[in-house]
Design a protein around this ligand. Structure first.
Ligand code: NAP
Ligand code: ZN
Length: 349
């Protein structure tokens, strides 16, 4: 085991602070990465504050990781020392169940091992995420990021990117379709970029009037302030697809009537409490309400390659790790444009 500098949450209501994580020795199938950038996802905040329950403290969050390879095992041929490599939300899965065989490791029947707060078979403890100077990962969960991309701005593709790409692809969003994106945060702004690049007509629903102009700059054709009932009513029965990225309590019943007959609204946002749904909003017009969880590894690589080819990255604000608690508070206020990225050099290597 090798100790690595990190930042951890010690409880649900204390600020994060320095911590040392035990990183395993590099095994034959392993890639060791010196982390350059790790992103702040709202899921980190849900975990740190134990909003989804089951957080094991100390908890080192971070599942959008980009860095440089510092060592590889004898069986690793896809990566060499010095390469750019990335890690997303998962670090292991069984590789043998039907879901893994279908390339959907996020639905592994034996439980995907998430990048943090999951049981770690190597240490007997839990996995520790990317708010750290390094990580060691099985090569099948290491991803390639084109060095042509700005690496800090590419890092959010590892979660915000794949989590929005996957449902947009799965539900076949493209040209000729009207697509809604609810919530313009980290996930939402990537959904806008992808849906627009797939040729869809994109409408953003935001609670923040100050984000309307940004939504258009990001590629949306229209932005609606969702508290304005008149504006909302103008879109009744008109959407082919709606992606809901909201992290907190909100009214799904405001959006379901905006779907066309047989159209689908997909939740990727994961608020702490259940969201009530009126049956009438599904029964009439045969609407569908669905969910989606990150994406598989092959699909994540496909998304990263698409972003390299199309020059798509995230809009980011770089912060030192010492500002992590302030970043969480700003994220809660919707004051993030549109992803905080931690410069890991700030850990003081
Ligand atoms: P974020 O950057 O904080 O964005 C969330 C956005 O939701 C905010 O910017 C805000 O947009 C809107 N919002 C916040 N509070 C609201 C409220 N009370 N009512 C209405 N709208 C509100 O968060 P994120 O990192 O994009 O993550 C979004 C959610 O997705 C989180 O719950 C996260 O855990 C979840 N997530 C799920 C997956 C998955 O696999 N399904 C993966 C990653 C993250 P406006 O200012 O535009 O209204
Ligand atoms: Zn995330």
């Amino acid at each position: 085991m090798n100790p690595a500098k990190a930042y951890a949450a010690y409880s649900a209501d204390a600020p994060l602070g320095p911590f040392q994580v035990p990183r395993r020795d590099v095994g034959p199938e392993d890639v060791q990465i010196a982390i350059l950038y790790c992103v702040v996802c709202h899921s980190d905040l849900h975990h740190v504050r134990n909003e989804w329950h089951g957080t094991v403290y100390p908890c080192v969050p971070g599942h959008e990781i980009v860095g440089r390879v510092t060592a590889v095992g004898a069986g690793v041929h896809r990566f060499r020392v010095g390469d750019v490599a990335a890690v997303g939300c998962m670090v292991d899965a069984c590789h043998s169940c039907g879901n893994c065989k279908d390339g959907l490791e996020q639905f592994c029947s034996n439980g995907p091992v998430f990048t943090y707060n999951s049981p770690d078979k190597h240490t007997g403890g839990v996995t520790y995420g990317g708010y750290s100077e390094s990580v060691v990962v099985d090569q099948s969960f290491a991803l390639s990021v084109s060095p042509k991309l700005d690496l800090a701005a590419a890092a959010p593709l590892l979660c915000a990117g794949i989590t929005t790409w996957s449902p947009l692809r799965h539900w076949g969003v493209g040209r000729g379709q009207k697509v809604g994106v609810v919530g313009l945060g980290g996930l939402g702004h990537m959904a806008v970029k992808f849906a627009a690049s797939f040729g869809a007509e994109v409408v953003v629903f935001t609670t923040s009037p100050g984000k309307v102009a940004d939504a258009i700059k990001l590629g949306a054709h229209q932005a609606v302030v969702s508290t304005n009932a008149d504006e909302m009513n103008r879109h009744l029965n008109s959407f082919d697809f709606i992606l809901d990225t909201v992290s907190a309590q909100h009214d799904l019943n405001a959006y379901l009537p905006l779907l066309k007959r047989d159209a689908t609204m997909v939740l990727v946002g994961a608020p702490e409490q259940p969201l009530p749904v009126s049956a009438f909003n599904l029964i009439f017009q045969r609407h569908r309400l669905a969910g989606s969880l990150i994406g598989g590894i092959a699909e994540t690589q496909e998304m990263l390659d698409y972003c390299a080819a199309e020059g798509i990255t995230s809009d980011v604000e770089i912060i030192p790790i010492q500002k992590i608690d302030e970043a969480y508070e700003r994220m809660l206020r919707g004051d993030v444009k549109y992803r905080f990225v931690i410069d890991m050099a700030s850990l003081g290597r």
